[in-house]
Write a protein that binds this ligand. Structure first.
Ligand SMILES: *[C@@H]1O[C@H](CO)[C@@H](O)[C@H](O)[C@H]1NC(C)=O
Length: 198
């Protein structure tokens, strides 16, 4: 310990982290592709009645302005990605809940949900808190775990509120939910994953 890790172990540790980062970035990239404008327009707007809205919790709406504010408050980038993952997953689950299986947007929304689940698995291995990502019933229940040491307290708090049943609600269009998902995804993963800004 005193001399640091043996060289071989160091190399393994670094490789492990890189692979984890790669998978996270690959999944985020796939999500970005799936959330592109034509898809959001078709599946989240045209396939829904005009002015259709869902009732969601305030904390479910994570805008770029929220992230800027949290960054100013020195919240870590990893915590912000973790928060994004939770808000976006919750939003997608809410949309999925209102769609009957035969609805033309059902398949698309389910694919988004699966990609997010895969990302959740990535995060759980990384942080070694698999229970944190246990599926949460449609009707939100109290979060199974207390805040983790590696997630900033303010983010742990927001995630808890996100999953608590008696938070304030607001009406939001499904496309607006996914617009935010995508914008914040770009904001948080662009530099982290070294994507070109194009
Ligand atoms: C984002 O900010 C709005 C208010 O501007 C707030 O209602 C919402 O809870 C915030 N979301 C998160 C996840 O912090």
């Amino acid at each position: 310990m005193h001399q640091g890790c043996a060289t071989v172990l160091c190399v393994l540790a670094v490789l492990g982290l890189e692979v984890a980062a790669l998978e996270e970035c690959e999944l985020a990239r796939l999500l970005q592709d799936k959330l592109r404008y034509e898809m959001r327009l078709k599946y989240m707007k045209h396939n829904f009645p005009i002015d259709y809205t869902l009732r969601v919790q305030h904390e479910e709406v994570l805008r770029t302005a929220n992230v800027t504010r949290l960054r100013d408050g020195k919240v870590s980038e990893a915590s912000l990605r973790y928060l994004w993952f939770h808000t976006c997953s919750q939003a997608v689950l809410h949309i999925l809940e209102v769609l009957p299986e035969k609805h033309p947007s059902h398949g698309y929304t389910q694919e988004l949900s699966q990609l997010l689940d895969a990302l959740g698995v990535e995060y759980s291995g990384y942080r070694q808190h698999p229970k944190l990502f246990a599926p949460i019933d449609g009707i939100a229940v109290a979060h199974p775990l207390s805040p983790q040491s590696d997630v900033d307290a303010v983010v742990a708090d927001l995630v808890k509120q996100l999953h608590s049943a008696d938070s304030r609600q607001k009406a939001v269009r499904p496309k607006a939910l996914l617009d935010n998902c995508l914008k914040v995804l770009r904001m948080l993963f662009g530099a982290h994953c070294r994507w070109d800004s194009a």
